[in-house]
Design a protein around this ligand. Sequence first.
Ligand SMILES: Cc1cc2nc3c(=O)[nH]c(=O)nc-3n(C[C@H](O)[C@H](O)[C@H](O)COP(=O)(O)OP(=O)(O)OC[C@H]3O[C@@H](n4cnc5c(N)ncnc54)[C@H](O)[C@@H]3O)c2cc1C
Length: 442
Amino acid sequence: MLVQRPTTRASAPKPQSILIVGCGIAGPVLASLLLRSPGPASSLPHITILERNPSLISSGQNIDIRGIGKQIIRLLGLEDEIKRSTTGEEGVRFVDENNRCWAEFAVDKSGKVETGTSDVEILRGRLAEILLDKTKRDSKDVQDRGGKGVEFIFEDSLGSLRQDEKKAHVQLAKGGERSFDLVVGADGLHSRTRKLAFGNEAEGCLKKLHMFAAFFSMPKEDENGEWRSWFHAPGGVSIMLRPSGTKEKSTVLILLADKSGIIADQLAGSERSIPAQKKLVMSKLNRIGWQEQRLTKAVEAADDFYFDVTAQVNLAKWSHGRVVLLGDAGYCASPFSGMGTTLALAGAYHLAGSLVNNPSSHSQAFEAYEEAMHPLVANAQKLPPAMPHLIHPQSTRGVWVLRILVAAIYWSGVGTLLFKWKGPPASVVKLKEYGLLDEKGE
Ligand SMILES: Cc1cc2nc3c(=O)[nH]c(=O)nc-3n(C[C@H](O)[C@H](O)[C@H](O)COP(=O)(O)OP(=O)(O)OC[C@H]3O[C@@H](n4cnc5c(N)ncnc54)[C@H](O)[C@@H]3O)c2cc1C
């Protein structure tokens, strides 16, 4: 329940109409935070969220929330609910063909050391569901107090976008033109908002890491406990089998190195065809010697199969006129950073705060947002030297060298030091104070 009270901490923004494209992680958090701007409900922005999917899918890959990301879910009053929904992953075990463990790195449950497993691991879809519910509750609360709240449009997307001095004009794919003061592209790695608003500038902003990732879930077996098993096979293949937080299923992430571009060539023209993607992944499982039949069957049967290139987004600027990018759309750091969700949460926080602090100039607000977020993004995008290709060896010998190396790190006890030195940089930047009200309206 948001409590309304006058405050002098920041001047209230003029009522603005804001379109947020994408209801993943960053989109609903931005909406909820904007509704926390100080001032009467009638002065709050009128927000529209546009999402191409019909509804949110509560599965999805295991993601982690770290450092300042946790501060933001606390500010939203969601910490307990999110913690009740975590997957309960105990840590990472490097295993071989015989399921022998070569090294294990446990989660630091105090959250002080950022290891491979965060103390807050959750399925992406479940997190998106919790965030959307929260935004719906906040919207209703504002509407009850006389504000406009949030309008949700599902199953539609951005057809076209043009801007003039006064407004951004959007054509929805299913028809109908709408005009907004601001448009926020929170539509993920392959953002259409970015393509439409940035045109040529956005060309080449995807820094491909020459890796593909496949994600799906499969029935859990008794031997699959709460540890993540990470198996490496020659040919640049690695497989993670992880807990989902339920007794029924395990989640699987398969990473495929593609330095030579063969996979990209094989998929050329059929990148979006799930049968073609599944066929390719199954071919990579052939003779890996670990859970081969189970995994192959699971790929075939999966109805939540997801496959994508892994990449980072590098843009000189995150805004163009009245359009600004948020989360993966503007500065994806890739799954190897372990920071995607935390960046999406922090981005939403800084964008909301910057808009509240700069009520009469969106350009100044966008500049302040970039300034606040840049250090965190720069840190997150700096991947450790071994990521991702050195940990995806091509040869059998390379796989054994990797196992010996991780075992040496484990047995020598330097793992914690390494994580302290090169773990995800989720707390390197402190959150700025913008006067956004917390759950108690304080
Ligand atoms: C395999 C994999 C593993 C990952 N592991 C981790 C991890 O361990 N830790 C971590 O922090 N992060 C991880 N991430 C990254 C994390 O999922 C993202 O960084 C995070 O979800 C970004 O949030 P977002 O809101 O910016 O984008 P998204 O969550 O991608 O949301 C974008 C939304 O926009 C919608 N959309 C897209 N296009 C349109 C359109 N044209 N019109 C309307 N709606 C549209 C989409 O349907 C989606 O709902 C991983 C990602 C992948 C792919």
